[in-house]
Design a protein around this ligand. Structure first.
Ligand code: KG4
Ligand code: ZN
Length: 338
């Protein structure tokens, strides 16, 4: 079975085709970074308009590149939420209409399920059950994953998501949008031991997170410094260490609490090298295994949507003909695969 996947929940248009037997047949991505850079963040209306311009050409491109025609597609998957409502409506409308025209099944995909399952696209995929740390621009969640669609939320952020905290801290220090990767790059030239940031919520039980305080701490620390480029790098370093160590403490706690040994990290922030290093070290010490997607599938992409959609269509799930966007959609509300 071949499923076309469309991702348009935020500032990336991604399209891919996944074949249940042959794997990923092709994927293309268009990033709107340049469009939003001058505003220092995503402008929802501009995002929607750009998805409208790009989605159909990208569908044609991925089909051409993988030597296929629309008639070779057995189903269409699209991100229906969570995300920006206008942006989601573009992918949902195009995907749903295309499926209707082709008389093929359509399926709404939850963006975070896409991220969560992205490591299963790799050669050595994790077996179920596993603990998943989902870290993106909008979410920070620890989830016990029993199987596809069987998700138990163990920990969530009370305020900013990790990616959001990275982006806001980067903005405070005048780094260009999107700030997360820029801040991580700057941290490479930071020195250890100059600043010590708190590890929020690690001194109390539970698996929830809070990251907005770290951003304020970074602002105050930076303002009190001489604001040299080395000061900036030192703040970036201390901020990243605090985030990474906080996530590591909660992951260790989550693994202990659930008795699981496999840890999956996914979502945009899982591209962070320091986070991967630190969590790999932790899991190795505990005698477990760590899994993450290749770098290009950490951030938003169409491949993860085609893959998650293919699993669900193959299991017999289908959408009605209603075109729907679900900007707020809980991962725990998804159906298990029968
Ligand atoms: O998954 P994603 O592409 O979009 C959402 O679903 O939100 O995640 C984007 C987030 C942004 O906040 C971005 O700054 C962050 O992931 N990010 C990083 C890195 N690469 C992307 N944060 C820290 N270090 C990175 N290397
Ligand atoms: Zn995402």
């Amino acid at each position: 079975m071949r499923v076309l996947g469309i991702e348009s929940s935020c500032d990336e248009t991604g399209v891919a085709v996944y074949d249940s037997e042959k794997g990923l047949l092709g994927h293309v991505l268009y990033s709107q970074i340049k469009l939003h850079a001058e505003y220092g963040g995503v402008v929802p209306e501009l995002a929607s308009r750009d998805h409208i311009r790009k989605t159909i050409p990208l569908i044609n491109k991925v089909l051409n590149e993988s030597g296929m025609e629309l008639s070779d597609i057995d189903g269409v998957a699209f991100t229906a939420g969570p995300g920006l409502v206008g942006a989601l409506l573009v992918g949902s409308s195009i995907g749903r209409s295309l499926a209707w025209t082709l008389k093929k099944p359509a399926i709404s995909v939850h963006h975070m399920e896409g991220h969560l399952l992205a490591p299963l696209l790799e050669d050595n995929p994790p077996e179920f059950p596993f603990l998943a740390l989902l870290v993106s621009g909008g979410h920070t969640m620890l989830i016990k994953v029993a199987a596809v669609g069987e998700y138990e939320l163990l920990g969530d952020t009370l305020d900013d998501a990790v990616g959001e905290a990275f982006d806001k801290t980067a903005k405070i220090m005048g780094l260009p949008y999107p700030g997360g990767p820029e801040l991580a790059r700057l941290a490479l030239s930071g020195c250890d031991g100059v600043y010590k940031f708190p590890r929020p919520m690690t001194d109390r039980p539970g698996l929830d997170f809070s990251f907005s305080g770290l951003k304020t701490f970074a602002l105050n620390t930076y303002n009190k410094s001489d604001k040299t480029s080395q000061d900036k790098a030192n703040v970036a370093y201390a901020f990243q260490e605090a985030v990474v160590e906080t996530l590591a403490i909660k992951c260790r706690r989550g693994l202990k609490q659930t008795g699981l040994s496999r840890l999956v990290i996914a979502g945009g922030v899982s591209a962070n090298t320091r986070l991967r290093e630190r969590l790999a070290e932790l899991v190795e010490k505990e005698g477990g295994e760590i899994f993450y997607p290749r770098l290009e599938f950490c951030t938003d992409n169409g491949a993860m949507i085609a893959f998650a959609g293919c699993l669900r269509i193959a299991a017999g799930q289908r959408d009605s003909t209603t075109i729907e966007a679900r900007p707020r959609w809980k991962l725990e509300d998804l159906d298990a695969l029968k």
